[in-house]
Every structure is written in structure tokens, then in C-alpha cells.
Design a binder for this molecule. Structure first.
Ligand code: A2P
Length: 329
């Protein structure tokens, strides 16, 4: 099993490397790949020093699986080139997610859709992954009509430059701006780019990707994406209206039994999910689970996850694990 990590010098790439080791992913060879400007750079991995290689060299080495986290345009250009030599690409960018013939996978929900023919597999957006993981068992039982979600997203979701912006601001240093405004002591209701309809691209991803992963185009979703000055993970306030009524204890049971979810819901002891606690963990944490008394058959919850872990690296590696286990790559 030869594996390539494309974007190995980036934030998500770094977490992928860590995670591959932690999860004891069964690779025999690993290639660290980045842009031409990083070729030759040395990265410490598993007590050895590995040299970063470029895309062309990586393709010539014909890895079995390439996990990409190198941006949409890189993926659009290069993923098909890897696929041509027989590599299965798991892509963390938004480039392929809404393509009709590409699968959008959260393994706990829909990995069984994957076949040997899938050579480019899309990893969903970080905010979508944590939300749909919590919604999937509830949708199966009560059928979702409408979701209203507001996000509180970590700067780590915007890459190295955004983290540097926050660090610079905290040190009082002038540097490159990843956001159109200061992020420290602020919250910015702007994720991605604005579209003509007034929503941002990050908000639209939450709508479209949720429907695709849950396999139900009738689900109504409306989202507000907000960037806040935290590191550990994304948080989301989710309001969901179901077709069928629910029992709150049963909701908690369904959530607690679903793989990848940890319930943290003990308000009396001030116990609820927070990015500081989710940081570095693979799970999706759900709390503040309560009935919405303003509307029938409706539920509120708060969901937090490390966006670099389950929101990106972990989910991609879980897809790779599924491919290996089922002999699909
Ligand atoms: P590089 O460090 O050489 O620029 P982040 O989102 O954290 O900023 O990381 C982006 C990752 O994607 C980095 O590893 C970056 O490599 C990589 N990358 C960007 N453009 C390309 C490209 N054209 N080909 C390969 N890797 C790229």
C-alpha cells in the first residue's frame, strides 16, 4: 500500500501525517507531496526525515491512494492525472464534491456507496461533516424537513495564512491578511466568497453537501457561516425540524449509539462541547440537546469537532481505511 499525502506541508496535511501514524494506517511507502516551491524540503515523519516531492514525481511513483489537501484548483488539475495511473484520490477540496459522478463520503454514513470504479472520492466540507454525522441517525428515524444552522468556525479552517493572521494580531505585528478584517476579538460573518443571492460559498456548501450525503434533496437547509478567533475546532448551533415527532431520550440514545459521536450534555455540571476540548480529537461532540418549544417536532443542539481532524484529515483517512479493508484501492 503506497500512499501519497498531497499538500503535506499544509495545516491539514500535517494533521494527516500525524493521524496516519496514530491510526496505524497500513502503508508500506509514503510520499509527501507539495507545490514546486517545497520540493526538497525535509519533513520529520515517524522518526525519519522525508523529502517533499512534486506532483509529477508523485504520479510517476503510482501510489495506490493519494489524499489531497492542496486546494480546489490543484485538485481539479492533478487528481485526474493520478487517477489515470490507477491511483484512488481522496480529495479534501470542494472541487469534486458536487460532481454528479463523484461520491461525497462520510464513512459512518455512506461508505457503502464506494466501489472499485471510484477513482476520485470527495471529502466533504468540515462544517458539513460534523453536522451530518449528528443528523444522520436522526434523519433515518424522524426524517428531516428543515435545518437552520449557524457556525462558529475556527481560523484553522482557512489554512496557514489565517492562523498567522491571528497570531500576528495577538503579537501586535503587521502581516499578511487572510481575512478582509481583523479576526482577533472579532467575528466575521463571511466564509468563502459572496454569491449573487447574498449567501457565501461556505453557506451553500452546507446546503448542497448535506442533501447529497443524506441522499435526500427534499431537505431544506439555511446556513450562516461565521469565522471566530479560535483554534481547536468548529462549533455549530443547529435547529432541526422533523416530519415525525421524537422523544428526547431516544434522540440522545440514537446519537450516543452512532459511531464517531460523543455526547457531552450535562448542563448542571457546565458540561457541553467546546473547541478547546475537541482540539486534537477525532470525535464529533454533541450537547445542549433540547426541544425547540417554539415549533412542533423541532430540536436544538450544539455540535463541536476539530475541523482539521474529523472535518478533514480523519474523515479522509477513514475513507482510505475503508478502501483498504474492502480491497477497493
Ligand atoms: P506548499 O507548501 O508548497 O505551498 P494550507 O491550506 O494549510 O495553506 O496548505 C496548502 C497545501 O497545498 C500546502 O501543502 C501547499 O504546498 C499545497 N499546494 C498548494 N498549491 C499546490 C500545487 N499547485 N501543487 C501541489 N501542492 C500545492
Amino acid at each position: 500500500m503506497k500512499i501519497a499525502v498531497v499538500g503535506a506541508t499544509g495545516l491539514v496535511g500535517g494533521v494527516m501525517l500525524k493521524s496516519l501514524l496514530e491510526r496505524k494506517f497500513p502503508f508500506t511507502k509514503i510520499y509527501l507531496v507539495a507545490s514546486e516551491r517545497s520540493i526538497g524540503k525535509i519533513i520529520e515523519f515517524n522518526n525519519s526525515k522525508l523529502e517533499v516531492i512534486g506532483m509529477k514525481q508523485a504520479i510517476s511513483l503510482k501510489p495506490d491512494i493519494a489524499i489531497f489537501s492542496a486546494g480546489g484548483s490543484t485538485s481539479l488539475k492533478w487528481a485526474p492525472e493520478f487517477a489515470k495511473v490507477g491511483t484512488t484520490v481522496i480529495d479534501n477540496s470542494s472541487a469534486w464534491r458536487m460532481h454528479e459522478d463523484k461520491k461525497l463520503i462520510v464513512p459512518e454514513i455512506n461508505a457503502s456507496e464506494l466501489t472499485k470504479e471510484d477513482k476520485i472520492i470527495a471529502n466533504p466540507n468540515c462544517s458539513t461533516i460534523q453536522m451530518v454525522l449528528a443528523l444522520a441517525p436522526l434523519h433515518r428515524k424522524y426524517k428531516i424537513k428543515r435545518i437552520v444552522v449557524s457556525t462558529y468556525q475556527s481560523v484553522t479552517g482557512s489554512g496557514v495564512k489565517a492562523v498567522e493572521q491571528l497570531e500576528n494580531e495577538r503579537k501586535g505585528v503587521h502581516g499578511e491578511m487572510a481575512y478582509p478584517h481583523p479576526i482577533d476579538l472579532n467575528c466575521i460573518p463571511h466564509g468563502g466568497d459572496f454569491e449573487d443571492n447574498g449567501y457565501t460559498t461556505e453557506e451553500t456548501k452546507l446546503v448542497n453537501e448535506t442533501r447529497k450525503i443524506l441522499g435526500d434533496q427534499s431537505i431544506n437547509v439555511t446556513a450562516t457561516v461565521v469565522r471566530i478567533p479560535v483554534y481547536g475546532g468548529h462549533s455549530e448551533a443547529v435547529n432541526v425540524e422533523f416530519e415525525n415527532d421524537f422523544d428526547l431520550d431516544e434522540v440522545k440514545k440514537l446519537l450516543s449509539e452512532f459511531p464517531g459521536i460523543t455526547i457531552q450534555d450535562d448542563p448542571e455540571n457546565n458540561n457541553y462541547p467546546m473547541p478547546k476540548n475537541a482540539h486534537g480529537k477525532d470525535d464529533v461532540f454533541v450537547g445542549r440537546i433540547r426541544r425547540d418549544f417554539s415549533q412542533a417536532k423541532s430540536l436544538n443542539f450544539w455540535v463541536v469537532s476539530d475541523n482539521l481532524r474529523k472535518g478533514a484529515a480523519t474523515n479522509a483517512i477513514q475513507i482510505a481505511e475503508y478502501l483498504v479493508k474492502n480491497n477497493l484501492a
